[in-house]
Write a protein that binds this ligand. Sequence first.
Ligand code: NAP
Length: 334
Amino acid sequence: MRAIVVDAWLKGPGGLEVKEIPAPEPAATELLVRVDSVGANFFDILMVQGKYQIRPPLPFTPGAEFSGTVVRAADGDARFKAGDRVFGSTATGTGAYAELIAVPAKYCLPVPSTLSLEQAAGLYITYPTAYAGLVLRARVLRGEWVLVHAAAGGVGIAAVQVAKALGARVVAAVGSNDKFGVCTAQGADHCVNYRDASWPARVLELTGGHGADVVIDPVGLVEKSLRCAAWNARVVVVGFAAGAIEKIAANRILLKNVSVAGLHWGAYHKNEPERIPEVWAALLRMAEDGLVAPVVYEPVFHGLEQAKDALRAIASRATYGKVVVKPGDPPARL
Ligand SMILES: NC(=O)c1ccc[n+]([C@@H]2O[C@H](COP(=O)([O-])OP(=O)(O)OC[C@H]3O[C@@H](n4cnc5c(N)ncnc54)[C@H](OP(=O)(O)O)[C@@H]3O)[C@@H](O)[C@H]2O)c1
């Protein structure tokens, strides 16, 4: 089969190479899946450079998130059979930029009938992160104001859709006015640009002076968000896309009775596995009801050769939703 193979740490995605390698042999508990679509992630770029928290032994095939069709089911596991549409992620964060992947069945889920395989490639990480942030950590209530940072990104768009599905009102915060349209198309009530220093005042204005009851922050904007937080606000720390880890003045948390909550969705497998089926049941129901649907960035990248362009596009910060690579497709003509 064809796959991207990294056999030495790269300077960047430009060095990615496609090679012919043996098809993976699935273990008894694994599915063999023909990969239709790979959900590209910023951490793929870090991983191929050896700069990510997971440094796989060389050589390896990068790529965590995928969707595809089951070629061979796991032994004695009735949940999936050959031909089923599945999506998932690998525990190692590797293996997806390939025509075939062997993956533990426990990390796979059935693709909702309402979604394409391209959409499903971006479901596995972003949507439960958004749902867990809003529901498990912030306990968002119908009618509350939710401020979502990086609202056009993978986690952000998911948070906008889930918050709206739960009956909240949403202010979408992004780094470019060009992304306002994507956010409003997904249900955001208002948009602000956090490159404009007065954005917290604008959030207060848009919420009629009330402020944000819930803040979903994948960027590192907690300190500034406290300026427009409502009394009893819950601020969920999801990530640090801007690169810096903030230090927060605790008095600002006290003044408005604010709760600051961390979220590490990936660690639920180890620490609170009983929450995982509960989160997925709610999300898959929302997807089947048409309330949530991953947004796929255009263009879709056809062929493994285009994975480097997909990852460069993510690094440029110009993308929205999920960037998708289709390993089995012929590369698009330039
Ligand atoms: N805690 C968890 O369990 C968990 C789970 C999944 C992801 N995460 C984290 O959440 C963050 C977002 O993930 P994602 O999948 O939504 O990523 P993504 O789709 O790549 O979106 C990230 C967005 O961050 C914004 N951003 C702000 N400052 C930036 C900067 N200096 N450089 C680059 N981007 C910047 C960009 O939007 P604008 O251009 O609009 O600013 C960008 O689109 C990541 O840090 C990820 O590690 C955490």
